[in-house]
Design a protein around this ligand. Structure first.
Ligand SMILES: Cc1ncc(COP(=O)(O)O)c(C=O)c1O
Length: 368
């Protein structure tokens, strides 16, 4: 189905940068540079500069960045990692794939980990915390780092939805070990899967570099049983073009968020994210996520008007029967899953399209 206002418009993004992308792609093909070549190095350097951290390791997905960050710690089997259920399944799957137990805590008003729930979840088997910076908003990192320090826990940040967001002037993914996704729908997306890990610890970075490439130090020296999780050079070449637009794209997302806020704040049936501010939280609105009364009817109404929205997520991970995580009591997570939806937001979105979305929502709630 073709929507009048799509959730995201990747063909339009491509059309706006077609010349630059075509020459970057041509350069990769004509030089035959496909695996761990200069474009990957350049991308890693770009991201290190942008985030203000020492080491970036390009990987094949955000999922692998989480998995490798945990795997490389060599935690005792069955150790526990505290995270949230209100996240994409990859966060929790990465914990399980490392033979560890996810301990799920509830979220706060901002959809992120409720920092007041962390300490009661700590046991003598807890080894780490994975805060998830959802929708482009940072978790309350001062509190999380303080708790981690007190209990000697490793902090692995799931920053897959929050490239560019910051808390008290420090970018997400640079407080602990940062895990990022470059999935096509992210703020800077590869033409396929991609991700990276951020760390200031050179020796940890070296471990991840080995693990992403079969544990090979050189072609003749294998230092560990590794994996194949390299960011493709072709993807890196595309990402280096898109990287030039990152700041501008984030500003545009913040402008759209502001417009949504102005247009919708008076509707009492909705709960909106805070408008953009330059205070403690610098939000990048990777999604513009709202809670709405009669959510499912609203989603249908918007679809009828040609507006595409997303629901992240209708059924939280701990309620997925097949996963056996049903023992957690997470009322706020469950409430959010019944009311949440994400409105279209992307840098190429015209003001008129934002107006169309606002008008359609107002009409649904009979507001002028
Ligand atoms: C919060 C979160 N964690 C992890 C991931 C996994 O990233 P990827 O799709 O690059 O593997 C995503 C991707 O959408 C995500 O949103």
């Amino acid at each position: 189905m073709k929507f009048k206002v799509p959730y995201i418009d990747l063909p339009k993004q491509y059309a706006n940068m077609e010349t630059d992308l075509s020459s970057a792609i041509k350069a990769v093909f004509s030089s035959g540079s496909f695996i761990l070549r200069d474009d990957v190095k350049k991308f890693e350097k770009n991201m290190a500069n942008y985030l203000g951290c020492r080491c970036i390791i390009g990987l094949n997905s955000g999922t692998d960045s989480l998995f490798l960050a945990i795997h490389a710690q060599r935690f005792e089997p069955a150790s526990e990692i505290i995270t949230v259920s209100h996240t994409f399944i990859a966060t929790i799957a990465a914990i399980k794939h490392c033979g560890l137990e996810p301990v799920l805590v509830d979220i706060g008003e901002d959809y992120n980990m409720d920092v007041n729930r962390i300490e009661e979840a700590v046991t003598n088997r807890t080894c780490g915390i994975i805060p998830v910076h959802l929708n482009g908003r940072a978790c309350e990192m001062s509190k999380i780092m303080e708790i981690a320090k007190r209990h000697d826990l490793v902090v692995i940040e799931d920053s897959c939805q929050a490239l560019g967001a910051s808390y008290k002037g420090k970018k997400t993914g640079t407080f602990g070990i940062g895990c990022f996704s470059l999935h096509p729908i992210k703020t800077v997306g590869a033409p396929g899967d991609g991700g990276f890990l951020a760390t200031d610890d050179e020796s940890f970075a070296e471990k991840i570099r080995l693990l992403r490439d079969h544990g090979q130090k050189t072609k003749d020296e294998i230092e560990a049983f590794g994996f194949n999780s390299r960011l493709d050079n072709l993807h890196a070449a595309v990402l280096n073009i898109k990287y030039k637009y990152l700041k501008k794209w984030i500003e545009k997302r913040r402008t759209i968020a502001s417009k949504y806020h102005q247009g919708l704040f008076s509707i009492s049936e909705l709960r909106l994210p805070p408008p953009p501010s330059d205070g403690e939280f610098y939000d990048v609105y990777s999604s513009y996520c709202i809670c709405a009364e009669r959510r499912d009817d609203l989603v249908e109404h918007l679809a009828r008007k040609g507006i595409e929205v997303f629901v992240h997520w209708r059924k939280p991970v701990h309620l997925q029967k097949a996963l056996g995580l049903g023992k957690f009591n997470l009322p706020r997570t469950e409430y959010v899953s019944k009311t949440v939806l994400s409105l279209p937001i992307y840098p190429e979105m015209e003001d008129s399209a934002v107006d169309v979305v606002i008008a359609a929502i107002k009409k649904f709630y009979h507001k002028k």
